[in-house]
Design a protein around this ligand. Sequence first.
Ligand SMILES: C[S@@+](CC[C@H](N)C(=O)[O-])C[C@H]1O[C@@H](n2cnc3c(N)ncnc32)[C@H](O)[C@@H]1O
Length: 452
Amino acid sequence: MQKPNLKKNQKIELTIEDLSYEGKGVAKVDDFTLFVDNALPGEVVNAVITRINKNFGFARTLDVIKESPDRVHDIDAIYAQTGIAPLSHLKYDKQLEFKRNQVVVDFNKIGLKDVVVNETLGMESPFNYRNKAQVPVRQINGKLTTGFYRRRSHDLVPMENFLIQDPKIDEEIIKVRDILRKYKVRGFDEENQKGQIRTIMVRRAYFTGEMMVVLVSRTRDISHYKDITNEIMDNPDVKSLYLNVNSKNTNVIFGQEMTLLAGKKYIDDKILGHTYRISPRSFYQVNPVQTQNLYKMAIDKAELTGKEEVVDAYSGIGTIGLSLADKAKHVTGIEVIEDAVKDADQNAKLNGIENADFVVGKTEDVLDEWAKNNMSVDVLMVDPPRKGLANSLIDSLKNIQPKKIVYISCNPATLARDLSLLSDTYEIGDVTPVDMFPMTNHIESVVALTLK
Ligand SMILES: C[S@@+](CC[C@H](N)C(=O)[O-])C[C@H]1O[C@@H](n2cnc3c(N)ncnc32)[C@H](O)[C@@H]1O
């Protein structure tokens, strides 16, 4: 391929041919690919080139010359600047089509051409769904400011309405910001590694309304912290307030030190009628409405009769295993984070569930041991992180041979890879994408495999 003579900051007219998996418009100049922010297939746009790499480049739309009928207009331009909701310029039904299509593309690429991919299960109201916010804080023009990063940068764009977060969380962030301003607490200055508050994290339990606030600070000492604590706790919905200290020059949000300033250690929420305790570091699904739909679908696909030995691998705080425990003989959860396993044990007790145990460890290590000891599993639920299943786990599964595997995936590319590796031993059922993250390019899907 001859690289065309393109330069950063050059303005150029582009015809958009496709949408990348990240939700960017794809345009070709000769054979060279440009990924274009805020551009949809079928559109012709004036764009400015923002980066040129060896094999591809990036551009940003300046204005749209020929517009797609699928474009949404009433979305604030701020969301395009920040990338907080990278698909918000695309009509929602087209977002659902895009997600289904992305699964089809990944399956076709790996040779799984016969697998049926159902329509994406979308939300009735696809905004304001997130139950958790981690909002960066900076000192701008002498004021502590909350907002979100401009795309591909750490420049803060001030923002009060985050579009996809629970509006009560947005309100709480403003309240906390104003209390910190009142006591002249400084926002973080990333360049000079000075100032104090780096992030405000707020979680709000959808079914109970309880809120947890975590202030992430560069330093331990915050002046007037008692007054600040009292004023934040004046909101009766805030049940838990933590201070986290992170003095490192890092993109990781939390530091090691987590101190409870006021209230209880956790908040409680409900999923499918069970209560769960959520600590500041717990993994907890961010879309409460769709989580219930996803879990119901996964549990249906497991076709439990009450006689099965079930493994809930990658179990987090135990939510999937505990949701299905009344339909199984016994459930074992496997999770690598010790605190999450403690939460899961606690959650089993809290809900009076006696046929579930949780073990700390890597799924691949624990099931390798099980395979060596000829232990049997009837149904395996897996819900791994984006990188999917370890190769050694696939080998163990071929020995253990669960009758059914239900795979919940947040990355269709690794899902396709893993299913292809299991396809000689397992019949692959139909795949259903479930839209857990509307307005973003993230794709969750669920599929059941049956032993041949
Ligand atoms: C996508 S989350 C799913 C959690 C839970 N099933 C839920 O629905 O809330 C993945 C979980 O796997 C855990 N994890 C990551 N790698 C693991 C591994 N190799 N073995 C076991 N757990 C792992 C993470 O800590 C996280 O809790």
